[in-house]
Design a binder for this molecule. Structure first.
Ligand code: SF4
Length: 84
């Protein structure tokens, strides 16, 4: 099975808040990082906008948050284009 290319140093698993919930972290790792990582909200933001745009506390399950970030990013891009 393919593994997420960000797993080795994913900030999510190095976050002290995540480390407090080891059972949950292990389950998320099995479900997403070592499985369907393309469905991970963190992965989607990292691929589209760069890893520096992934909120530190974002859970792999928080797809609505990822969508909000994409919308805000598109809006910011639109507003920064000069009028023709
Ligand atoms: S699947 Fe998501 S949480 Fe897991 S390593 Fe990749 S980016 Fe990080």
């Amino acid at each position: 099975m393919e593994t997420c290319k960000y797993l080795r140093d994913c900030e999510f698993f190095n976050n002290p808040n995540t480390q407090q919930f080891q059972v949950l972290a292990d389950q998320l790792k099995a479900d997403y990082c070592q499985g369907r990582f393309a469905d991970c909200a963190r992965f989607q933001v990292a691929i589209r906008l760069g890893r520096d745009q992934v909120p530190a506390t974002m859970l792999p399950t928080q797809l609505q948050w990822a969508e909000l970030i994409f919308r805000q990013n598109e809006e910011a891009s639109r507003n920064s284009r000069p009028d023709l």
